[in-house]
Design a protein around this ligand. Structure first.
Ligand SMILES: *Cc1c(COP(=O)(O)O)cnc(C)c1O
Length: 431
């Protein structure tokens, strides 16, 4: 799947998502515009929950909010029974604002700040994911000062290299994330957690990276988690209540990608988990997908502006967005499926490069895509834009972040309004 479920063209040749004509959406909400299909998000959530319920009923799933966060997506995933991985005070505040069930929130991060830990404790979040020894000391200190105990899990670095981009690979020993098992730091964290009054050690976790297409590294991760848990049990008598092999399920961006099917991945994880557990022990199995919940549910819409042809070299088509709303092509060389959304793709196609409008030569959104002759005012759609696009957006060049709408049964609801010049100026004293 690349586009949201039930994406089609109407008689006018316009793309229709969730029952909404995208040309109408751009007219009403402006461009660029990010459109999320609620039914697709719910279907993705259910593909995790259904397979887990069938194969290992003591489970939990948390949505990694860093993939894309606003109040609408939080309410949908909460409604589907998910928790939330938050990685900052800002994400915790979003959860509070969305009236998210805070006991289902897990606070991750390799350098949590004291006031964020305070915020997490006062907001009643359920779990803290310890990323290192200093992080553990700080969480314990802040919790003790408040005369409370924080439930903590330890993020382990399992020493597994998944085949993905260097920037999104996190399971290898040389990573800023996690407690390495091989150096003894993970064990030291277990000892420290057991003797610290501010924390209660409830389990272990590893997250090996993102956009992973292979089930094997997950099976290995589960084995490493179980092996570590057994060792710690033998040495210190500690039994984990919960084990989590993280998130990272790969999704399809372009036709050549083989997305990793959620069902296949979850089955492998459940099987490896059950096979490795000692008899009579059934800890909670926790998963934490981000990208695979929202990526294919989101479509970015841009309007075509200026055209430039360098004969024999390249045709540039500039649109009204770019690296400020989607830095992934510049950062990772990411590719997307791009289509004309405002009319049927008839006529001959040629290879064009869709450029952003920001002041960097590297601000190229979609290099060498095949499209029919484009004209000023056409709307183009980029599929699989729901994860890590707007989440990484910026105000570079004083760009205004685009609006976001959620579509369902022909209704579009604004979930994030377009920024205004006043929003930009509001941070400057005296403006
Ligand atoms: C980013 C992240 C996830 C989610 O990864 P996806 O590739 O978006 O599924 C899960 N767990 C942790 C710790 C993460 O940092």
């Amino acid at each position: 799947m690349i586009y949201p479920l039930d994406t089609h063209r109407n008689e006018a040749g316009h793309l229709v998502i969730g029952g909404c004509d995208v040309v109408d959406l751009v007219q009403e909400f402006g461009s660029p515009l990010y459109v999320y299909d609620e039914a697709t998000i719910r279907a993705m959530c259910r593909s995790y929950v259904d397979v887990l319920a069938e194969n290992y009923p003591n489970f939990s799933v948390t949505y990694a909010g860093k993939a894309y966060i606003d109040l609408a997506v939080l309410r949908i995933v909460a409604d589907e029974g998910f928790g939330l991985d938050a990685v900052s005070g800002g994400e915790i505040q979003c959860a509070v604002a969305a009236e998210f069930p805070m006991e289902r929130v897990i606070f991750h991060g390799n350098n949590k700040l004291p006031d964020e830990i305070e915020l997490g404790l006062s907001a009643g979040i359920g779990r803290f994911m310890v990323d290192g020894l200093d992080d553990l000391r700080l969480i314990s200190q802040v919790a003790s000062d408040r005369q409370t105990t924080a439930n903590v899990m330890l993020r382990l670095t399992p020493g597994i290299s998944a085949h993905t981009h260097d920037y999104i690979r996190t399971g290898a020993l040389d990573s800023k994330f996690g407690l390495p098992i091989s150096t003894g730091q993970a064990e030291e964290a277990v000892r420290l957690a057991l003797e610290s009054s501010g924390v209660s050690l409830i389990g272990y976790h590893a997250h090996i990276g993102s956009q992973i297409f292979d089930t094997e590294p997950y099976a290995q991760t589960v084995e490493v988690l179980l092996g570590f848990a057994e060792q710690m049990h033998d040495k210190y008598g500690v039994c984990p209540e919960v084990l989590s092999p993280g998130g990272g399920c790969g999704v399809q961006y372009v036709e050549e990608d083989d997305g990793l099917e959620i069902e296949r991945l979850v089955k492998v994880i459940c099987r490896t988990f059950k096979d490795g557990l000692p008899a009579g022990v059934e800890p909670e199995l926790a998963l934490e997908p981000g990208r695979s919940i929202v990526a294919n549910a989101g479509v970015a819409l841009y309007s075509v502006g200026t055209l430039k042809e360098i004969p024999g070299i390249r045709k540039y088509v500039a649109v009204d967005g770019g690296m400020a709303d989607n830095i992934r092509p510049a950062l990772y060389g990411s590719e997307y499926k791009v289509d004309i959304a405002s009319r049927e793709a008839d006529g001959e196609c040629s290879t064009v490069t869709i450029a952003g409008r920001y002041c960097e030569s590297g601000d190229i959104l979609f290099k060498d895509v095949s499209l029919p002759e484009l004209r000023n005012g056409d709307i183009v759609a980029a599929a699989t834009s729901g994860a890590y696009n707007l989440a990484m957006s910026s105000n570079y060049n004083m760009a205004l972040r685009p609006a976001v709408v959620f579509v369902k049964d022909g209704q579009a609801t604004l979930s994030r309004r377009r920024e205004t010049y006043d929003d930009l100026l509001a941070v400057f004293p005296g403006a």
